[in-house]
Design a protein around this ligand. Structure first.
Ligand code: ADP
Length: 513
């Protein structure tokens, strides 16, 4: 009993695109209690994608209560939870009234493409060509700045609040931290460097807001309250939970979800990379302490910023908008399967894709293509085509985009990756991971403990309170117990498959609804 009470733990809030989780980790990175809740994804019109900010918050609150109760039932004590980390979906934009603390509109979610026309317009404006060098991101429908631009122009409540200087801007980390601290009473309005690097308001080199960027989007800082940018690991900045079972527990770590996954996979050295197959799929490649602005369609982003532990570390990122959401599409919209995990079984009813290629461009195509007006397109349908072929083609679409991203990363970095560490919901599919290895012709390795994203935020939080002191202490974490998928098909065949994909990408653009 006494020994049980001596162990130290960290709780992590993991707020993703499809679900929220709270996971309590021990000092070895092993989860001891967890709870997960799916919430509603709202698609009011074609290309629109929203979340209810109140539902995001309540799902997180419930996860904290349930997981903490589980933890207590195991005989542990609340004081053993030394810190709380938070990791969230990125770019998703929420605005609230600073007088009431209530949202002025639903959160506009990262794959939303209602901004396609605005992007076309913004690309013509003076200064558009300089943006990427300042912030690392190409002008597209993806970053928060463009989402806010739309909100200001189209939502009266937002325009009024802005004109009256009573509007706060946030990504989901900022919103949740604000609310969990008690809202207007505590008024904690912060974000970490990794989340801020996705807004397009932050200068990637200084890690502070950039007047040129703000001016480009017509933002007046006196009218729109922007969150203070702080390091991802910090003792004071993120405040503490104001209510609930863990009331008074400090939040000491905050990372965007993809950054958190890189940290959770211990990608601390330049050259380390990970690929997370969640709703979308995101590869991050650690490039060290200087940002690398991509010449081949990748994003430059902050990987993590542990404050006292040194300068910010940067990454090259390849973002794919549709991965697991393609599986959800086959389930919810097409009725092919009853549960996401059944996709593999369905795909295995046929030996190959039968000539079908599915460009799952539901949000246009992101990296490395950046084609805003691409639409989801199925090629190669014949009377022979079965659901299984389409299931395979859906899984393969993410694998091909990963291949295109890997090629771009090799060109930008001048290095060839020797292996790919993976995680995320869709990495549960052995078939998908084997296909991935086949298409990129390098081994894919998958940990048994796949909650890398949550673990990354726990690491950020744990560093702040001294549970861990050096990166080296973590290098062995989650290294054993990995499944390796070796490439099995010959390179000529994978090159042929990839060529078909490239041809399909060329043919899926310019279809204006
Ligand atoms: P997020 O953090 O973006 O919400 P997760 O990492 O939780 O994402 O993964 C959820 C996604 O993974 C869903 O889109 C779901 O369709 C997909 N998924 C979950 N399990 C499987 C599986 N066994 N095979 C294929 N896809 C899966």
């Amino acid at each position: 009993e006494a020994a049980l009470q001596e162990e130290q733990f960290i709780g992590t809030i993991d707020q993703g695109t499809t679900s929220s989780r709270f996971i309590i980790f021990d000092a070895f990175g092993t989860p001891v209690a967890s709870h997960q809740i799916e919430f509603e994804n709202i698609y009011p019109e074609s290309g629109w994608h929203e979340h209810d900010p109140a539902e995001l918050l309540s799902s997180v609150e419930q996860c904290i209560e349930h997981a903490t109760r589980q933890f207590l039932e195991k005989g542990y004590n609340k004081v053993q939870i030394k810190a709380i980390g938070i990791t969230t979906q990125r770019e998703t934009t929420v605005c609230w009234d600073i007088n009431t603390g209530e949202p002025l509109y639903n959160a506009v979610v990262w794959p939303d493409t209602r901004t396609t026309a605005i992007v076309r317009e913004l690309k013509q404006m003076p200064g558009a060509d300089e943006l990427r060098d300042l912030c690392g991101l190409p002008l597209s429908t993806y970053p928060s700045s463009v989402k806010f631009y739309w909100l200001y122009r189209n939502v009266e409540a937002i325009k009024n609040a802005y004109d009256e200087s009573r509007i706060a801007f946030g990504t989901i980390d900022t919103w949740l931290i604000y609310k969990l601290n008690g809202g207007i009473a505590a008024n904690v309005h912060v974000t970490d460097t990794t989340n801020a690097s996705r807004t397009m308001f932050m200068n990637l080199h200084t890690c502070q807001y950039d007047d040129k960027l703000l001016a480009f989007f017509g933002i007046d800082k006196n009218k729109l309250k922007l969150p203070k940018i702080v390091p991802s690991s910090h003792m004071e900045a993120f405040g503490a939970l104001a209510y609930g079972l863990l009331k008074g527990h400090k939040i000491t770590g905050c990372l965007g979800d993809q950054s958190a996954a890189l940290v959770g996979q211990c990608g601390f050295r330049p050259g380390h990379a990970k690929n997370t197959y969640g709703t979308g799929c995101f590869m991050l490649y650690n490039v060290g302490n200087k940002p690398v602005i991509s010449q081949y369609g990748l994003l430059a982003t902050v990987a993590y910023d542990f404050g006292a532990k040194g300068k910010p570390t940067y990454a090259l990122e390849g973002s794919v908008a549709v991965a697991g959401s393609g599986v959800k599409f086959l389930m919810n919209n097409m009725g092919f399967i009853k549960h996401s995990s059944k996709i593999t079984e369905l795909a295995e009813t046929v030996p190959d894709n039968g000539g079908v290629v599915f460009v799952t461009a539901f949000s246009g195509l992101f990296a490395p293509y950046w084609i805003d007006d691409a639409k989801g397109t199925l090629f190669g349908i014949t009377a022979h085509t079965q659901r299984g072929h389409i299931a395979r083609a859906t899984l393969e679409a993410t694998c091909y985009q990963t291949k295109a991203i890997l090629d771009a990363m090799e060109k930008d970095s001048g290095h060839k990756l020797e292996g790919l560490a993976v995680d995320g919901g869709m990495s549960n599919s052995d078939l998908c991971m084997q296909t991935q290895a086949d298409i990129i012709s390098i081994p894919v390795n998958r940990p048994v403990m796949r909650e890398s994203t949550a673990l990354g935020a726990a690491i950020a939080a744990g560093f702040a309170v001294g549970i861990w002191k050096e990166f080296d202490e973590l290098m062995e974490m989650n290294k054993e117990d990995r499944t390796i998928f070796e490439p099995k098909i010959d390179k000529a065949k994978s090159a042929r498959m990839f060529k078909k994909w490239t041809q399909a990408v060329d043919m899926c653009k310019g279809w204006v609804l």
